[in-house]
Design a protein around this ligand. Structure first.
Ligand SMILES: Nc1ncnc2c1ncn2[C@@H]1O[C@H](COP(=O)(O)OP(=O)(O)O)[C@@H](O)[C@H]1O
Ligand SMILES: N[C@@H](CCC(=O)OP(=O)(O)O)C(=O)O
Length: 366
């Protein structure tokens, strides 16, 4: 064992590890993960667990179904979630706490802060937060949809230094290893670019959601918050021994050297734009230019119904996405100003009321 450099980690466990045969939960693979978590906590490392598996764990209650409907899947999740928590609880001799989240919770700034506070309070009091998406209640528009992205949002909210995604493969391969025997394991990724996304396919197991594609999206979110990210094989107990020795058992995504500030990260990777402000095609936005320079004169259209304080997308008419920002104006007020023929009035109004978006609440998009 080496002295681990971590202060706070998020461990994400995929469905295949919880309920490998869709016949209820099995502790077979969870034992090694639980021992790893217990060891980390004994070293003073705070741990948050993001656990998939409620649907897979509840599956056997619903007869012989191959492709359950959305409604049946929600019912499976409701049934399996309790079983999954009970299985984890048997493996720990310290208290755990369940948090079921949706994207609707995470993208609302007040609720996001509230979730953050709850996680920190649980950790301070020595409990292990176990987080899953609230599949039983969530509708398409409100869900994250996969626990890889959810784990990255949680890692950012918990200000973790490391995210460990435990899957059913050794890491990211050049191609899906289940379909291509020549696929090579990639040990380290320093930049997530189109080439990396092109390697990642979807899930091929009966219980997984998202496959490698959502793991790369998650890694992108995490590293831009300065969080190193591992994808490892959770079936192999040696993966955890290697991590404890300071080694890389799978694929390591190295954190960005200049991580985003927390609230800009939230705006870019967690929040969802409630509307759009379309600007002239020659309008350019950068952190060098004061965002106060976005005035009603630059706005050619406003889409959606948003309130002051909501996140909006600023884009050009040709579709280029420029930035996500907190709007200081509602869509209604902004339309009123942009529709003014009296430009002097519009300009004076903005001088008195303040900028449409302000510099400290803007995330420039790549
Ligand atoms: N380039 C790739 N490297 C590794 N696995 C890949 C790749 N592309 C697609 N996959 C698939 O992703 C799966 C892991 O994702 P998933 O089934 O969602 O598991 P989990 O339940 O752990 O999230 C692998 O079993 C494999 O079938
Ligand atoms: N929230 C779902 C899991 C969704 C998911 O991303 O599953 P997985 O790909 O196995 O991590 C559940 O508990 O069944």
């Amino acid at each position: 064992m080496t002295d681990l450099p971590w202060k706070r980690i998020v461990v994400k466990v995929g469905s295949a590890l919880i309920a490998p045969h869709k016949q209820g939960c099995s502790s077979h693979y969870l034992l090694g993960i639980a021992q790893f978590i217990t060891y980390c906590r004994a070293q003073g490392i705070q741990v948050v667990l993001v656990s998939s598996g409620s649907v897979a764990a509840g599956w056997h209650h619903f007869g012989e179904v191959d492709k359950p409907s959305v409604t049946v899947k929600k019912a499976m999740a409701a049934a399996g979630q309790a079983d999954m928590m009970a299985t984890w609880n048997k493996l720990f001799d310290f208290p755990t706490a369940q948090l079921l989240l949706t994207h609707g919770d995470l993208r609302n700034r007040d609720r996001y802060i509230s979730i953050k506070d709850t996680i920190f309070s649980l950790l301070e009091h020595g409990l292990l937060p176990i987080i899953n998406e609230n599949d039983a209640v969530t509708a398409d528009k409100l869900k994250v949809g996969d626990n890889d992205n959810l784990s990255a949002m949680v890692a950012a909210a918990a200000d973790a230094d490391t995210l460990i995604i435990c899957s059913d493969v050794n890491g990211l391969y050049t191609q899906n290893p289940h379909e291509n025997p020549d696929a090579q394991l990639i040990k380290q990724v320093t930049e997530i670019n189109a080439e990396i996304y092109a390697m990642a396919g979807g899930a091929s197991s009966a219980v997984g959601t998202g496959g490698m594609r959502t793991k790369i999206q998650a890694a992108k979110k995490a590293i831009s918050h300065g969080i190193e990210t591992f994808i490892i094989n959770g079936f192999d107990a040696d993966s955890f021994n290697q991590l404890l020795k300071g080694q890389n058992p799978g694929t390591l995504f190295t954190p960005d050297e200049k991580p985003m500030q927390d609230h800009l990260h939230w705006m870019t990777h967690t929040s969802q734009a409630q509307g759009e402000v379309i600007v002239e095609n020659d309008f350019n936005i950068s952190l060098d230019i004061h965002s106060e320079q976005l005035t009603s004169d630059d706005v050619v259209a406003i889409n959606g119904d948003f309130s002051a304080g909501d996140t909006i997308l600023v884009r050009k008419g040709d579709g280029t996405k420029l930035a996500k920002a907190k709007s200081n104006y509602s869509s209604c007020l902004l339309s009123f100003i942009t529709d003014q023929d009296d430009r002097e009035f519009a300009s004076e109004f903005q001088q008195k009321t303040g900028p449409i978006i302000s510099e400290k609440n803007i995330a420039i998009l790549e």
